[in-house]
Write a protein that binds this ligand. Structure first.
Ligand code: IPE
Ligand code: IPE
Ligand code: MG
Length: 256
């Protein structure tokens, strides 16, 4: 029997546990944290138990992204369409969000994490609004990982907001229409001043964007990860980062 020695010595993707070198990491990584409900259903638990389990995975991923020196991390926590879910699930999610911030904020501050909320908070109950604005206020001066939390967020709503703001600037004379550039539009996004998304990971097996960061993901690498979000962990993240490091990004150009 013949053995292919180099192939045997090569680690399989699932065993490539190390983190790629810093220069091969995305500057901005975004996560669509999907599959909480199916994770719970598989265990005969209510969907809210899946969301609670998802916060454990989130803790590990934020910690890891901060430790390995990622510049920006965006997470999709609640979409503009998620209001259409059953009332009890929406309420459970709201409670979980404010409880999560109250319990995590000290560690996030200690880790020098800077929190930005992407989305329109006006529709949130007062208790959640307070927890979120307090989290932003207390981490404002931090210079480490920029953590963007998308809440009541929709990519189309964000683009529409930018269009309206720019139109208002044109109407007031503050902006000349012919001087509107891509950077003008970027500056009106919630992610103003941040690099575009380099890598978007969606867990849960579905292969779609679901209205997340439509402007910022224009040349992002996409990874659709089959595991449900509560089962996502540091090992999976490192596998995804290694996959990203192997990708050939051409941005429409031809490589010499
Ligand atoms: C993602 O998990 C979390 C939120 C949308 C808040 P889901 O709740 O969508 O879980 P699935 O996709 O139904 O399994
Ligand atoms: C996307 O997941 C939104 C979040 C993860 C917060 P959804 O479960 O809401 O998206 P669809 O319905 O599968 O497209
Ligand atoms: Mg889902």
């Amino acid at each position: 029997m013949k053995f292919n020695l180099p192939a045997l010595l090569r680690p399989r993707a699932s065993e490539a546990s190390g983190c790629p070198p810093k220069e091969k990491l995305p500057r901005h990584i975004a996560f669509i944290m999907d599959g909480n409900g199916r994770w719970a259903k598989r265990r005969g638990l209510p969907r809210s138990a899946g969301h609670a389990a998802g916060t454990e995975a989130l803790r590990e991923i934020i910690r890891t992204c901060s430790d390995i020196g990622i510049e920006c991390m965006s997470i999709y926590a609640f979409s503009t369409e998620n209001w259409e879910r059953p009332q009890d699930e929406v309420e459970a999610l709201m409670k979980l969000i404010s409880r999560y911030f109250l319990s995590e904020i000290d560690e996030l501050i200690e880790k020098n994490v800077h929190i930005t909320i992407l989305g329109d908070l006006t529709r949130f109950p007062q208790e959640q609004k307070n927890a979120l604005t307090e989290a932003m206020r207390r981490t404002k001066a931090n210079t480490g990982l920029k953590l963007n939390i998308a809440l009541n967020y929709g990519g189309r709503a964000e683009i529409l907001k930018a269009v309206r703001e720019i139109a208002a600037d044109c109407a007031s004379g503050a902006q000349k229409p012919e001087e509107i550039g891509f950077d003008t539009v970027s500056a009106h996004m919630y992610t103003c001043g941040q690099p575009d998304v380099d890598l978007l990971v969606r867990t849960g097996g579905d292969e779609r964007i679901s209205n997340f960061l439509l402007w910022q993901t224009w040349y992002a690498e996409l990874i659709f990860e089959p595991v449900y979000w509560p089962d996502y962990n540091k090992q999976k993240l490192f596998e995804n980062l290694n996959e990203f490091a192997r990708r050939d990004r051409r941005f429409g150009k031809v490589k010499p």
